[in-house]
Design a protein around this ligand. Structure first.
Ligand code: PLP
Length: 347
């Protein structure tokens, strides 16, 4: 792998006490091209603009996929990568579904490791900080025929982050627009899924909601997920999350919380959850918690859910499951406890 180091690091100009999510990028990036049916040698070089012709396929048909993952620093200043193999597998599942050639394991992992070694100072060894890693692949064929490209670009960029949402959030159940449909691409990280979610989210934001709760596209009766988070409800002492389907993204955080909850002895159910079940549980004072999980947010508590014009308030618990599970997750991510699940990889 070719490595061109920057001679002019930008890190001293960054205010780490004020990091808007995803706006500040570390010094280097990885770039790797696919041509004549093979992935070529990757290069790591200073973060900077990429050039493309106006006829490049991705600009017209959105043949583009991505991943989102995090590395954390432990107290010994070592980088701990959280479950990157899961993201690697999901990236290649996304690739297959969007007719993009799969990225070989050694390009993904060797490239990632070199990049993180070079830019490790961008990851602060303090609570709440992490380095968000964004691998992505897009069709770089200069070709506006509406079919899969034959040239692709794989890139990795990284951005330093602090926790995404700081307080509990307010959600609204979306009953008009859909994020994903059966047989579609909601279960993978296709760039277009996100583009299509911005308009409904903007409307929800303008009404004071943090995010929407997506429901099934056919009847808007069943809850799927919320924004870019998987969603969880505590009804009585049971923890319930929608079972995965091809219209729900299987989150790495979701999978981790599931294992941690089981390990804690909490009764967990993965099953269909209807909107009316949530309303009924709330009316009967049995909806004790709701929370979202995802790489960017970790675990975030929900304080209200609105259906049409009715707001259901979720009472604050003394010892909420969300806090317990978030602490257990973050203790592993920051290397504060033994990683009995073998989730972290030291770099
Ligand atoms: C639509 C959607 N759902 C759920 C998640 C949570 O997934 P993960 O825990 O892997 O970040 C994400 C974020 O990647 C997402 O984009």
């Amino acid at each position: 792998m070719k490595i061109v180091k920057t001679s002019d690091s930008r890190i001293s100009s960054i205010d780490f006490s004020n990091l808007p999510f995803g706006r500040i990028f570390s010094d280097h990036m990885l770039e790797c091209h696919y041509k004549d049916e093979e992935w070529l040698e990757p290069i790591i070089k200073p973060y900077g603009p990429i050039s493309m012709y106006p006829g490049t396929q991705v600009l017209h048909y959105g043949q583009s996929i991505f991943e989102g993952m995090k590395v954390f620093k432990n107290r010994d200043n070592e980088l701990l990568f959280f479950r990157p193999k899961e993201n690697f597998k999901r990236l290649n599942r996304s690739a297959i579904r969007l007719s993009i050639p799969e990225i070989p394991e050694e390009i993904f992992f060797n490239g990632m490791k070199e990049l993180l070694r070079l830019d490790h100072v961008w990851c602060k060894a303090e609570d709440g900080y992490s380095l968000y890693v964004r691998p992505f692949i897009y069709s770089s064929s200069e070709w506006i025929k509406a079919s899969a490209g034959d040239e692709f670009t794989f890139m990795i960029i990284t951005t330093p982050t602090i926790n995404y949402y700081t307080g509990a959030i307010d959600l609204v159940i979306e009953q008009n627009f859909s994020r994903a449909t059966r047989g579609g691409v909601g279960h993978i990280k296709a760039a277009g899924n996100y583009a299509a979610s911005f308009y409904p989210t903007k409307i929800a934001n303008s009404k004071g909601f943090t995010q929407v709760i997506w429901t099934d596209s056919k009847e808007h009766k069943y809850i799927e997920e919320s924004g870019t988070m998987n969603i969880w409800f505590r009804i009585g002492d049971k923890l319930i999350t929608p079972s995965l389907s091809d219209s729900i993204l299987g989150g790495v955080t979701r999978d981790s919380i599931l294992e941690l909850a089981i390990d804690e002895g909490i009764e967990v159910e993965e099953r269909d959850i209807s909107v009316s079940e949530i309303v009924e549980a709330s009316n009967n004072n049995l909806l004790l918690e709701a929370f979202g999980t995802g790489t960017a947010v970790s675990v975030v508590a929900v304080q209200s859910i609105t259906l049409n014009n009715d707001k259901m308030f979720i009472p604050q618990q003394l010892n909420p499951y969300s806090m317990l599970l978030k602490k257990r997750l973050q203790d592993i991510q920051y290397g504060r406890v033994d990683d009995n699940f073998n989730w972290t990889i030291k770099i």
